[in-house]
Design a protein around this ligand. Sequence first.
Ligand SMILES: C[S@@+](CC[C@H](N)C(=O)[O-])C[C@H]1O[C@@H](n2cnc3c(N)ncnc32)[C@H](O)[C@@H]1O
Length: 321
Amino acid sequence: MQNKNLGMKVEKYHEPVLLSEALEYLDIEYLARLHGTWVLDATVGFAGHTIEIAKRGVNVVGIDADPEVIKIAEARVRQACPASKGFGSILLANANFRDIDAVLKYHRIESVDGVLFDLGVSSFHFEERDRGFSFRYHDAPLDMRLNRSTQAVTAATLLNVLSKSQLESMFSEVVGNHTARKLAVEIVKHREEKKFAVVGDLIEVVRAVGLKSGKIDPATKVFMALRIAVNSELDNLNVALAKSFSYLNKDARMVVISFHSGEDTIVKNFFRRVENEGLAEIITKKPVVPSEKEVALNPKSRSAKLRCIKKRICQEEKPNL
Ligand SMILES: C[S@@+](CC[C@H](N)C(=O)[O-])C[C@H]1O[C@@H](n2cnc3c(N)ncnc32)[C@H](O)[C@@H]1O
C-alpha cells in the first residue's frame, strides 16, 4: 500500500470516540507531569487516542489485532508525532489484546500508568468491502476475521459448520432467544441447499426470517453477533481485562469504552469484582456517554459507554486474577 493511499484511508475513516473524556479519566495531564509514564492502548485502531496521549508527553504502547490497521496507525503516528518534537514515545505492535503480557514483556515494560480499551471494530472495517464486516456489500466474502493470517475460521465457516443449537446460542445474546432460534433454523435450511460463502447468503437468511426493521437495519445485530463469535471478542476481553489490570501501577486507571451490552456487562462485572475484592475503586458510578454534539457529529458514537476504575493496591501485591 502506498503512503498516499494510506493517508486517504486515515482521513476518511478516523474519528476517535469520547476522546476528551478518555483523556480526562486516564488523568493524562497528571501523568504528563510525572514524566516517563506509560499508557497501554489495547485497541490502537487509527491511533486517535494514542496520538493525543503522546502529544501530551505520555509514552504509549499500542496494540491492534488487525495487521492492516496497525500499518495505517504507524503511518499516522509518523505524520502526527515526529520523534524530535517532545512528544511521548509510541511503540506499536500487531497483536491480540489477550496477549498483552507478551507485548509488554517484549518491550520490557513491567507496569503501566494507564490502560485504554476502545472496543469493537472501526469504520475502516465496515468500509473495506473485501473484509466482509458490512452487510452492504452482498458479493463480498463472508469473512470478518480481524487477522486473516492467524485466524483460520471465517464467518462463512461458522455458519457452515456449527450445529443448530450452537448457532442459536451464538445469536441469542445479541438478538434474543426467539429470533436466534428462527435464524438457526433458516441457516441450516439454507446451507443444505447452498454453502455460505458471501455476505448476500446471510442477507437472504435475514430477509427470510423476516426480522422487523426499526431505526437500524435488522441485519446489523445479526452481523454483529457473528463478528463477535468469529473474533472470540468476549472471551478475549475477559482475558485482557484481568491481564492488563495486573500490569497497572497503584493509583493508575483503566478506561474501557464499550459499544454493546455483551461487552459492557463483562466490563461492569470485572470492575465490580475488583472493587469488591478491595483492589480498585470504580470512578464512574454510571457509564459516561457521548454528548449530543458528539453523536450529531459522529452517529456511530451513539452506543458508546465509558467506564473507569482506579487501582488501589501496589504492583508487588499483584493478585493472580
Ligand atoms: C474502535 S477501534 C479503536 C479506535 C482507536 N481508539 C482510534 O481512536 O483510532 C477498535 C480497534 O480494536 C481492534 N481490536 C478489536 N479486537 C481486538 C483484540 N482482541 N486485540 C487487539 N485489537 C483489537 C480493532 O482492530 C480496531 O482497530
